[in-house]
Design a binder for this molecule. Structure first.
Ligand code: PMT
Length: 378
């Protein structure tokens, strides 16, 4: 039934049987269901052909042992290699699932439980057995999980494989900050938030939990992303520092004001004909530099928006703010920077740089997240 379901779901199934398994179900049945000859021995007794456990281990995208007996589990946990199933397990490069099936006392025994824990500690997925009537006639936990449950576990594993950032948390800052001068006027910049939102969307699509700390924008929140709206650089600072405390990394894409008015007038400032109006400004906190100073082993990606001497300024920010890499975009490149749907960036780290062509912001985000992934899995 399990084999039939897997084949029906589009899997190519190569059945490996132990000698004991052949006592329960005939090789012919399994070969018919899987549409391939089954493998039992290292050598084909008919013609002496060698069944390479290494190539089996390389070929499979998933290695499923079902039903997994107490004996096989014990051998897997201790590295015994006395049949083809076990040698293929030892050379498997793919995720491994086991669906234990045995009598209730054998399943509950500390030795079996210890073997299961040890396998789980080494990344083997356990599909818990069900409770019910067992082959021995006893009732209890030990019956192999239903074939549908096992197929679901395999499908979940493949779904996770497509989400390489599952379990990771990222902070993304996006958009422009707004620094009020009075209730009517403010200082800001041209950032639309598009680049940062594309990054948040891409990170979430690859399974990361994303907190998007966003300046004012007209954009919709990407699916699956937690958004924290802020106005000023000081508010963005507070929100980013708080979210970074729980995060594995941050991408600093926002265009943050470097200066803010020393005072914010409570009422609208009236124009006057007596000379120029001088607005006193003070420095805002550099959010990226602060996160960089406290990042430890976490990943920090910065942006640099430049108009001249681009590379030198970007490299200076890479070092000063302790970024792992920085994304340089220059206003001298057509289609790059603020507001549009495209960008042209260069990814710079301490080993070198990679210049990307003009791409949509979503494609640019995908390339940036590719680099984030490779940094994380290094
Ligand atoms: O939003 P879009 O319209 O799509 O435009 C995208 C963008 C041009 C805004 C984006 O691609 C970009 O370049 N963002 C960074 C802009 C910027 O302010 O860079 P900067 O060189 O001033 O700052 C360097 C780095 O420090 C940035 O990562 C910035 O987020 C961070 N920073 C700066 C000042 C500050 N007080 N706190 C910070 O965290």
């Amino acid at each position: 039934m399990l084999c039939r379901l897997l084949v029906r779901a589009g899997a190519e199934v190569q059945v490996v049987m132990t000698a004991a398994a052949k006592e329960f179900i005939t090789p012919l049945t399994m070969a018919t269901l899987s549409r391939r000859p089954i493998l039992v021995e290292f050598f084909d007794p008919e013609n002496g052909a060698w069944h390479s456990h290494v190539s089996l281990g390389e070929w499979a995208d998933c290695y499923l042992v079902a039903p997994a007996t107490a004996n096989t589990l014990a051998k897997m946990a201790t590295g015994v290699a006395d049949n083809l199933l076990l040698t293929a397990y030892l050379s498997a490069r793919c995720p491994v699932l086991v669906a234990p099936a045995m009598d209730l006392d054998m399943y509950a025994h500390y030795a079996t439980q210890q073997n299961l824990r040890s396998l789980a500690d080494h990344g083997v997925r356990i599909v818990e057995p069900a409770s019910g009537e067992l082959a021995s006639g006893l009732e209890g936990k030990g019956r192999m999980a239903e074939p549908e449950t096992i197929v679901r576990a395999v499908e979940e594993l493949f779904a996770e494989k497509k989400k390489p950032l599952a379990g990771k948390r990222f902070v993304v800052t996006a958009g422009a900050t707004i620094e009020p001068i009075d209730p009517v006027r403010f200082l800001s910049n041209h950032s639309s938030g598009k680049m940062g939102y594309a990054l948040a969307e891409e990170l979430a699509a690859r399974g990361a939990r994303v907190t998007l700390v966003s300046g004012r924008t007209a954009l919709a929140t990407p699916a699956g992303v937690e958004r924290v709206d802020v106005l000023t650089a000081a508010e963005m600072h507070r929100a980013a520092v708080e979210a970074f405390a729980e995060a594995d990394g941050a991408v600093m894409c926002a265009a943050v004001a470097d200066y803010t008015p020393c005072e914010v007038a409570a009422s609208k400032i009236k124009k006057s004909d007596e000379g120029d109006w001088m607005l006193r400004l003070k420095r805002t906190q550099d959010i990226a530099a602060e996160l960089g100073g406290a990042k430890g082993g976490r990943l920090l990606v910065g942006f640099a928006l430049e108009t001249d001497d681009e590379r030198a300024h970007a490299v200076d920010k890479l070092e000063r703010k302790h970024f792992d890499f920085i994304v340089l975009n220059s206003l001298r490149d057509a289609g790059a920077g603020f507001r549009g749907d495209t960008n042209k960036v260069t990814l710079i780290d301490r080993a070198g740089s990679e210049e990307l062509p003009l791409l949509s912001k979503r494609e640019t985000a995908a390339r940036i997240v590719d680099k984030i992934e490779s940094c994380i899995t290094k």
